[in-house]
Design a binder for this molecule. Sequence first.
Ligand SMILES: *Cc1c(COP(=O)(O)O)cnc(C)c1O
Length: 428
Amino acid sequence: MSKSLQPETLCIQAGYTPKNGEPRQIPIIQSTTFRYESAAEMAKLFDLEASGYFYTRLQNPTCDAVAAKLAALEGGTMAMLTSSGQAATFFSVFNITSCGDHFISSSAIYGGSFNLFSVTMKRMGIECTFVDPDCSEEELEAAFRPNTKCVFGETIANPALRVLDIEKFAKAAHRHGVPLIVDNTFATPINCRPIEWGADIVTHSTSKYIDGHAAALGGAIIDSGNFDWAKYPDKFPGLCTPDDSYHGVIYTERFGKEGAFITKATAQLMRDFGCMQSPQNAFITNLGIESLPVRMARHCENAQRIAEFLEAQEKISWVSYSGLKNDKYYELAQKYLPKGSCGVISFGVKGGRAAAAAFMEALQLAAIETHVADARTCCLHPAGTTHRQMNDQELLAAGVSADLIRLSCGLENADDLIADLQQALNKL
Ligand SMILES: *Cc1c(COP(=O)(O)O)cnc(C)c1O
């Protein structure tokens, strides 16, 4: 498919082209396994000498079609789906780190990613240094160590809504010969394509806007194909030296820089951890992608109107939305997110924790939910729920104050949503 096609077209057409008489929509290949006529053919698949399907834990045609569409949308060379965004985050880092290694992450990231990096991966002997995304180049520079293997950040941090200066992070990573991994969940490839700004690997929780209907959990990893692993064989032995579990295949030699990362993550991590996405979920995810550009525009339009409404309210102490002219991230958003950021706003209600709870309970259209970024408007108090494992200092670094309410603006009529917020404010 032509590289010059616009995202709206790729969302519909990329990844799957039926041949004469074949189904127009991506078929759900609901099969764990695939039949072969000779044992020798199957053996070649096992040795990665031929490509083909043999077991859905490793690869499935439905999932591959959706992954190929996401690769086209992000401008990458190869992609894979995972069972969840958490699995995508974990695989993206663990694919190039081992016990004794170190990596750097923006401190303003999703709570689940923070926990994964600061607690669970630490138990595996992989250490993470968190840096403020707004840090100076010198501060970022100081976080690198000889054993640093990658840098991680989020385009728009959930829930802090801080916009990552992707170029600053990419340049620092590349100066040290390591890749930048960017979680692009909130922006989606419609509003930002991190690879164009220097990111090497992009991850997603497709459970959010990409599915968009709160129907299917999923994740994705997309490789830009730009990072030259073979230039740093000592740093990335897993990609540049023989893999004993595949008869000595060297991923960079066999699959090049365009395919080494995803092939290794599929062949080793998916084989051993099994966090694959079900073909059913991939099908639902794809339905979401088809309407993604239309929905993102509406999410952003509603969020902009609601942010402006909230900003003008006496009972609201602060509003954070990068579409507001006086927002701290307005300039960065103009650069990286010129079409709009996302539908998520955060704000504080005067009166702190208690007022926040009372306000949320008074809302009738916006439901209290853990989820964000789907068709239905919902809200959450992160300090009391998703981020409750963090102490006050960690909350501050993640950009989550105790009074923060996260409002995910859905696709309803904006006037109805504003009327709902107004009646809840009147009750305070
Ligand atoms: C939700 C989320 C994740 C985790 O995704 P799951 O699909 O829930 O596992 C990761 N990153 C961001 C930015 C998210 O919002």
